[in-house]
Write a protein that binds this ligand. Structure first.
Ligand SMILES: [Zn+2]
Length: 261
């Protein structure tokens, strides 16, 4: 039933490359864990809101079934839904088998980018493969690590996973004052990173999430648990919105294919 509710307004993003992938210097994908799209706005998230209004976005994206962190991120990385991507549970520990499918990092590496994966939940280590040059798990410093990586000379592809809302949501509730305060903090913390990427020119910035939540619950069949935002902005590629298409977390890899073709 959630599909009928969530997916009526659907957007396809088409990149018409003005100068091709070779012009790109920096690609940054920011996944804000447990971000409910209804929380975004000029007051709470001024930096992200600026990217929304100047770029292209949908607030009607949807997660995997079930809408859980590692399952959704595996779909983002592989372009494949659970059941086809080798990950249908939400668990991983160091020492366990990692992903064995091609990911967005393989595409980026193939096109000559230095690749960095900075994440704030240990189980996302499942997604590290040989195409990831630098990877660090840090609950507190993932944003700082990503920023330091981008500052180094060269062309960079970064996936940054930011947590915080996934702790505040279950304790205080999705869209509660505490949740909104945490999101404002994240928005402020991301501001220097986004400013740096844009100052370097020739960028693509994507800001998205893995799932939403409702009350103090997430990962259920409730429609709000599937909701997520997808925001994209670039200074070298033309972005077009086309109605009557839809965004799912598993579409991210196809978008990266088009950005880098
Ligand atoms: Zn999550």
């Amino acid at each position: 039933m959630h599909k009928q509710i969530c997916f009526q307004i659907i957007i396809l993003i088409v990149w018409a490359a003005a100068s091709g992938a070779t012009a790109l210097k920096t690609i940054v994908i920011i996944s804000i864990d447990a971000l409910h799209p209804a929380a975004l706005g000029a007051g709470t998230t001024p930096t992200i809101f600026k990217e929304m209004t100047a770029g292209t976005y949908t607030l009607d994206g949807h997660s995997t079934n079930p809408p859980k962190t590692l399952i959704a991120h595996t779909a983002m990385f592989t372009g494949l839904e659970p059941g086809k991507n080798g990950k249908s549970d939400n668990k991983w520990q160091p020492g366990k088998q990692r992903i064995d499918r091609q990911t967005i990092f393989d595409i980026a590496k193939h096109h000559g980018f230095q690749t960095g994966f900075f994440y704030s939940k240990e189980k996302l280590g499942f997604l590290v493969n040989s195409a990831v040059d630098v990877h660090r798990w840090s609950r507190e410093d993932a944003i700082d690590l990503a920023e330091a990586f981008i500052r180094k000379p060269g062309r960079h592809f970064v996936f940054l996973h930011v947590s915080g809302l996934d702790f505040v949501g279950p304790e205080y509730g999705w869209l509660s004052p505490e949740y909104m305060e945490e999101l404002s903090y994240i928005d402020e913390y991301l501001t220097p990173l986004i400013r740096l990427v844009k100052a370097q020119k020739n960028y693509v910035i994507i800001i998205t999430g893995d799932h939403g939540g409702h009350d103090k619950i997430h990962g259920s069949q409730h429609p709000d648990d599937y909701k997520l935002a997808f925001i994209a902005r670039s200074d070298v590629m033309e972005l077009k919105n086309i109605q009557n298409t839809r965004y799912s977390v598993a579409d991210l890899k196809g978008i990266m294919d088009r950005v880098l073709k």
